[in-house]
Ligand binder design. Structure first.
Ligand code: 5GP
Ligand code: ZN
Length: 139
């Protein structure tokens, strides 16, 4: 637990949250400032900032809960789809430094866009560079 982390305080029960699901290693609660009805955050109970900081077990707990909750949330708010994403690091827009997955219900004609709007201008990436990047990741 990190003393000055708002999500650790929610895990500890020190500040209230609308908890919708809990497992040994993960917790899900409604976002206090929702981007859509049913906007839910799924977090590891232990304090880690980045997805890659989670242990394999914690990662499985978080993403299994995302997998389980998405259709339940969709039913609960009568949504048509979801945007599921992580702002993984401050440069990606992460404001709360405790890893969390956003499950954001989407509705037909809700005026939003695809996850592609998260980045700025697209880089020009040719075939050679795509090959290099794929090799660098695969290594
Ligand atoms: P981030 O930008 O870090 O990916 O998103 C943080 C999210 O946490 C935001 O959507 C924000 O509304 C939500 N949030 C911030 N503080 C609280 C809080 O105290 N309680 C709850 N339930 N959500 C919070
Ligand atoms: Zn924390």
């Amino acid at each position: 637990m990190s003393d000055d982390c708002i999500f650790c305080s929610i895990v500890a029960g020190d500040i209230p949250a609308r908890v919708v699901a809990e497992t040994d290693d993960a917790l899900a609660f409604l976002d206090a400032n929702p981007m859509a009805r049913g906007h839910t955050l799924v977090i590891p109970k232990a304090h880690h900032q980045r997805v890659a900081d989670l242990s394999h077990e914690e990662s499985r707990a978080v993403f299994d809960l995302v997998h389980e909750l998405a259709p339940v949330i969709e039913d609960a708010v009568d949504a048509d789809a979801h945007t599921i994403g992580v702002n993984d690091g401050p440069d990606a827009g992460q404001e709360v430094p405790h890893a969390h997955v956003h499950i954001i219900p989407r509705f037909e004609n809700d005026g939003g866009g695809p996850i592609h709007v998260a980045t700025g201008d697209r880089p020009e990436v040719g075939d050679d560079e795509l090959d290099e990047i794929a090799d660098a990741i695969a290594e």
